[in-house]
Design a protein around this ligand. Structure first.
Ligand code: ATP
Ligand code: MG
Length: 852
């Protein structure tokens, strides 16, 4: 079998890898899914049941030297690809990798062609992309994705599981995943062989200690090959509740090793890599070609090398420690807390810890008139302490059990630092999502927008029941840029239609609600309009699909937007009017003229964003920041723009080509290779830019009012053969009328140039040009300055007869095809200058009728 594009994964394929392959095929519809190794037993049974529908081929049936692009999921290790390893390492084959562990791509693939996420399951990453692209999936596909998520997140229980995994799983269920099948394949009963091996493993379990970490180890030699060691590892972890497990089974002349880790202290993937295998932090495997005792030694060494020292108090603590002495006043302690925004403070005497007070107690003391009393009187002396090497989980435990919310870190009896809840959160990586300390306000800017004050007042009056109501996206960007006219987009944390109904009645406006999408438009005053939408998250195509009480927050809503400059919101609620929500530093980027995506998968999620980025670059003279630019190029090179022949692409192309900076945008698209990605024969090169500029200038000169985007599309599509133009425009879903004009420009335009290379009288010129006017003759004139066409636009095309059918009737010509013929002949003569004025037209008409 021949296939240009092939999707592959590692052997011993699990559901996450299997589901990811199915998802990747939705992104690469022409690609063949290829199995180059064995499938895990549950995956194999699932595959067997759905074989017809899943259309998967064996590597042996593929002509490997035909492969031009290899799409690899769930591994970055070429050696795990079996027969396809050679293809992966062949530099002439394009590679794309989707994986969810490890941060760096291997050397055999360019960094731009690797999509590396941090989701608990790779299926989550891919479902995120499918959701964003609104691609349809079958129940079998949704079931496979769900199984992948279940397997790789331990049914959402592994510590690495994120909310995205849970959201993606919910998406699968909403899109037809069959719960009974999920349960069935997830808990396939053990086979007879597996059960006996499990017993043997249990018998051989021993506890070893590797650098302070207790690891369960089982090593057995087995007479026959038993599949599904990883399932057994899973069962053993469940049975023993151990934190780390290493299984070694010698069978079939090799040793199969499986490592499981449920503690951040052991990185299972590092351990497996050290003996030639791979996997993730929590689960990995390897095959060793040595005898069991030797394999065991190697694995133990690998485990030792994969132990990470746990983070300790020293890594998280704040220093120097702010403190008060026991004799200082309550008022003083209060001032220190307020100044530094602390919720409490340690009390130290000669650098030694004597106690702590929290702000509530200070408050209360002040309330009782004790402002001048010494702190000693109200402090608590039972402050939890630890030393600098105390592991953070222990610190966490201490904090949880203390009322003060701070743990003092001691070194030789002196206080070396303090760990508070926010120190701990920061260290655990959660602080990145905290709001920057000082909130910025756009209240001033908003108040100057007199046009919008009725809206702001209405929101102020109606907003109470909603947690948040915001101006969002391009609206905030435009306000910050000082634009005068812009769309007014409002996002509400709650039911948009309900809010819009109230606003419309206050504003005395009309409401148009789209219940399916949970959006509404209010038209009021003289042509003013406000769009109201419900804040939404990426896994929900429309807010209407959200459970009523679970509306997304504005932050989630902003996170699914295209660029930082478009991902800001300004609150409209009365109590925090104007507060700027800018979690991605969009304001900074706006000031610096930078276009920046919010995350690495942004363009893959939605390639139309590449066109949007180019549009903003041209419109504002901004530039894509380097990393963003690399991601855009990567998405294009990976072929992930290719099948975007949708209405969404059309809309973005139309917007891009309609703006004043369109010529610059065309050049930029060419530079990025986005033209070829949309269609292999599109050419947004220097010629296209020149042609477009000339088309636009002529359009202007003759006052034709042809939409600029039509001219732009014709300019870049000029090399498409006729059948491809029609096919492409059909897929792009442009209207029939626009499509005909563009296609005529591209296909008839050059024929006009050729035909008008020979002398022709004015009537002939009109006969050639008119049926395809205005785009085709305009296109011809833009390619070559042909005098007859110029005359056509300047003069001929408006030449009309002064007489009509009614006049011919008066002359005795009854209604018949002859009427049209006579009128056509008269116009021909008039175009050629043989008629002048109504009388001469009537005379000629009379002669023509008589001669018939
Ligand atoms: P313009 O001035 O061209 O209308 P805009 O920013 O208002 O620019 P819209 O197309 O009206 O752009 O979209 C409104 C907002 O929706 C954007 O500001 C952005 O936050 C978000 N948005 C639009 N398209 C996308 C997309 N493809 N991906 C993510 N977010 C998008
Ligand atoms: Mg807009």
């Amino acid at each position: 079998m021949r296939a240009d594009e092939v999707i592959a994964t590692h052997g011993n394929t699990d559901f996450d890898a299997f589901g990811a392959m199915l998802a990747a095929r939705l992104l690469y519809p022409n690609a063949a899914i290829c199995l180059s190794g064995s499938l895990n037993r549950n995956v194999r049974e699932f595959h067997r049941l759905h074989a017809d529908e899943l259309r998967i081929v064996e590597a042996g049936r593929l002509e490997l030297d035909r492969i031009r692009r290899l799409i690899i999921v769930e591994t970055t290790n070429a050696a795990r690809l079996g027969e396809l390893e050679q293809v992966a390492l062949d530099p002439s084959v394009e590679k794309v990798v989707f994986d969810h562990h490890g941060d760096s791509a291997p050397e055999w693939i360019s960094a731009e062609s690797a999509i590396l996420s941090r989701d608990g399951a790779l299926c989550t990453t891919l479902v995120g992309i499918l959701a964003e692209r609104e691609l349809a999936v079958t129940p079998a596909e949704a079931t496979a994705f769900a199984l992948g998520i279940h397997e790789d997140t331990g049914s959402l229980t592994y510590p690495s599981t994120t909310q995205r995994d849970a959201d993606a799983l919910a998406w699968c269920l909403r899109h037809g995943a069959l719960q009974d099948q999920v349960a069935h394949y997830l808990h396939l009963p053990l086979s007879e062989d597996e059960r006996r091996l499990l017993d043997a493993l249990l018998d051989s379990l021993e506890q070893i200690e590797v650098q302070g970490l207790e690891i369960l180890l089982a090593a057995v030699a087995w007479p026959t090959y038993v599949e599904g060691i990883s399932t057994l590892a899973h069962k053993l972890v469940d049975l023993t509740d151990c934190r780390a497990l290493a299984l070694l089974v010698e069978m079939d002349g090799r040793v199969f090793a499986v490592i499981r880790s449920r503690t951040p202290q052991l990185d299972a993937s590092t351990a497996a890599s050290a003996v030639g295998g791979g996997g993730h932090v929590q689960a990995s495997s390897a095959i060793l070609r040595t005898a069991l005792p030797e394999a065991r030694e190697q694995v133990e060494r690998a485990l030792a090398g994969a132990i990470r020292s746990p983070a300790v108090a020293r890594d998280a603590m704040s220093r120097p420690v702010r403190s008060v002495s026991p004799e200082e006043s309550v008022a003083h302690a209060m001032v220190v807390c307020q100044r530094y925004g602390q919720s409490g403070i340690l009390v130290l005497e000669d650098d030694r810890l004597v106690g702590a007070v929290d702000r509530e107690d200070l408050d209360r003391a002040v309330g009782h008139g004790l402002a001048h009393a010494p702190v000693r009187g109200i402090m608590t002396s039972r402050v939890p302490t630890c030393d600098e090497d105390t592991p953070l989980p222990e610190v966490h435990r201490l904090l949880a059990g203390s009322a003060e919310g701070r743990v003092a870190v001691l070194r030789d009896d002196r206080v070396a630092g303090v760990v508070t809840r926010s120190d701990l959160l920061r260290e655990l990586g959660a602080a990145g999502t905290e709001e920057p300390a000082e909130a910025q306000s756009l209240a001033g800017e908003l108040e100057r927008l007199h046009r919008l004050s009725p809206v702001f007042e209405a929101v102020g009056a109606a907003g109470d029941p909603y947690p948040g109501i915001y101006l969002v996206g391009g609206t905030v960007r435009d306000i910050l840029l000082g634009e005068q006219s812009f769309d007014v987009d409002v996002a509400v944390e709650g039911d948009a239609i309900e809010l819009a109904e109230t606003l419309a009645s206050i504003l005395g406006g009309r409401l148009r609600a789209h219940r399916k999408f949970g959006t509404a438009v209010i038209c009021y005053g003289e042509g003013e309009r406000v769009d109201v939408v419900t804040a939404r998250t990426e896994f929900y195509a429309a807010p209407a699909a959200l459970p009523a009480v679970e509306h997304a927050t504005i932050r989630e809503d902003l996170f699914r937007r295209d660029f930082t400059i478009n991902a800001m919101a300004a609150s409209l609620k009365a109590d925090d009017f104007g507060r700027l929500v800018d979690p991605f530093e969009g304001r900074r980027d706006l000031e610096a003229g930078t276009i920046r995506v919010l995350h690495n998968l942004s363009f893959v999620d939605d390639p139309t964003r590449i066109f949007r980025a180019v549009r903003y670059e041209s419109r504002y003279g901004f530039s894509m920041e380097e990393h963003t630019l690399r991601l855009a190029r990567g998405c294009i090179e990976m072929g992930l723009v290719g099948d975007l022949s949708s209405a969404r692409l059309r809309d973005e192309l139309i917007l891009l080509l309609s703006e004043p900076g369109a010529a610059r945008s065309i050049a930029r698209l060419g530079q990025l290779g986005a033209d070829g990605a949309v269609h292999p024969h599109l050419a947004a090169d220097g010629q296209a830019v020149a042609l477009f500029e000339r088309l636009a200038a002529l359009n202007d000169e003759f006052g034709l009012e042809v939409p600029l985007w039509r001219l732009g599309l014709a300019a870049v599509a000029r090399r498409l053969p006729p059948d491809e133009v029609y096919e492409w425009l059909r897929r792009l879903e442009v209207s029939a009328r626009d499509g005909e004009q563009i296609a005529a420009a591209v296909t008839v335009g050059p024929r006009l140039v050729e035909a008008l290379g020979r002398p022709a009288d004015p009537a002939e010129v009109v006969a050639l040009a008119e049926p395809y006017a205005p785009d085709a003759p305009l296109f011809a004139l833009a390619t070559e300055e042909l005098e007859p066409l110029r005359t056509y636009f300047e003069r001929l095309r408006s030449v009309r007869l002064e007489i009509g059918g009614a006049d011919l009737a008066e002359l005795g010509l009854r209604e018949s095809p002859r009427v049209g013929e006579v009128l056509a002949e008269l116009r021909r003569r008039k175009l050629n200058g043989q008629l002048d004025g109504r009388d001469s037209e009537l005379a000629a008409a009379r002669a023509l009728i008589a001669s018939a």
